[in-house]
Design a protein around this ligand. Sequence first.
Ligand code: N01
Length: 545
Amino acid sequence: MNESELDAIVIGAGFSGLGMLHSLREELGLNVKVFEKGSGVGGTWYWNRYPGARCDSESYIYCFSFSQELLQDWSWSGKYPEQPEILSYLEHVAERFDLKRNIQFNTTVTAASYDEETNLWHVETDQGDRVSARYLITGIGCISTGNVPDIPGLDSFQGDWHHTGSWPHEGVDFSGKKVAVIGTGSSGVQSIPVIADQCAELKVFQRTAQFTIPARHGSIDQQFIEEEVKPNYAELLEKARWSAGGIPVDFAKRSAFDVNDSERQAIYEAGWKEGGHRFIFGSFGDITSDLKSNATASDFIRSKIREIVQDPLKVEKLLPMDHPLGSKRALIDTNYFDTYNQEHVDLIDLNEDPIESITASGIQTKSHSFDFDIIVFATGFDAMTGSFFKMDITGRQGRKLKDDWSNGPSTYLGLQVSNFPNMFMITGPGSPSVLSNMPVSIEQHIEWIKDFIEYAEDKGIDIIEAEPEAERDWGKHVNEIAEKTLYMQANSWYLGANIPGKPRVFMPYAGGVGTYRKRCVEIAKEGYPGFHLSKHDSLNVAVAD
Ligand code: N01
């Protein structure tokens, strides 16, 4: 299929793609086309339909903010939004703002290349589309390319297997089944209790024991929503935009050592009872930055695991000892540790008994042979770069993004890459998005990209390109900030440590959403330093800096 030239091509119809489409079409009047691999909108929430899937951000703040009417009209039912409801919300947004007419579903972008002659991006899809546009914007998510470990024998398995990140739409019937779950990150910790409730036998294969805090999920507090949220949405969202994590709450400032032992214990108890991430940010300001303070919180959680789990052998396996709380993604759960008290649930510590192969009937570890009907891979994602590398992205002079990022991703502000003019990334590596409440970060990117395009078009600039030096400095800054945090003390996907052979580079910006936003605002006010802005007919001649 051939198409006329577009102003912008957006890849992905999740929060990012929907928001970007709306903004460019409604605010700038651009001719935009979105390509989406799935048959519907939703991105992450379209694919991740595993049992128990929901978001860790509280629902009232997990939303778009561009429409006051939408904010007032939409009602969430749970304290945390569950996957089906988030998907309904995004469907509603797509219908309400008539977005689907610019989205082509069931279409995977396979290649995108920048043409220096014409200053256009040429995009190819698996459906045979050849489309061109001035701007290419990726809304492909940071955690969207599933990681199914390369375990010998998977092909021979006679049962069913599924990755949590591409769950069958019709669901999976676990009743009466022997089930294995491999992986105990966010997806594993959410799905394990629900699968345990449904199956005959569950064995969890754990590589790293996790810190997780009870979510205390339940129905939403309607009084809080009607009296405190809806009348004050604008202020709450503004507070979220300038906060560290994209949520409108006050973080505790005191140190864990500003109080005595019994006061500290009481604060942790209250946080545990209240549940959610408040356990961390509501108790002490230095849990995520100071190892000694962190140890007090880590010890508290370990004491809770000992209290909840009855089998001492399971307790020993479940105690996280090799990394500080929060250095891997902080988790919240519903009945996770309690699940191990059920007789039909067992835990295999892969450090003691590693998986050797998958067999026709199940899993062979070093010392046991297990039979399963279903294997669930809750083994995470090739995060932040995996989805870029699935496409053949070519910039100036035939440069491949994959080659330029072979030692780890390099971006300016997580928004652009030098030698890839007019290509913008939403939630790219080097941005704070994955360490925050996503919609707040996504909207910040959308707004900033839209403003930049508007600025350029007003000035007759048609090439926007990050300068290599600015990119290098930003990378250095991202790294320096990360080095000061406890994130460097764990083998996490933030560092690419979950993917064999992936360069160890801390990929997100850990300086906080508000600080990042301030930097982006300043850059815009100063006329976009760090970006080379030029006119196509005077290629390489900067007209503003
Ligand atoms: O993936 P993960 P996830 N053999 O990488 C293990 C977001 N998210 O899908 O820790 C055996 O966190 C791996 O072990 P280890 C959120 O940002 C959000 O759970 O690497 N095990 C780990 O236990 C999250 O951080 C929500 O040693 C292997 C697990 O598999 C991100 O997505 C919900 C293995 C993977 O954990 C990813 O979460 C879901 C192997 N070869 C996801 N390879 C909410 O908002 C990996 N593992 C609630």
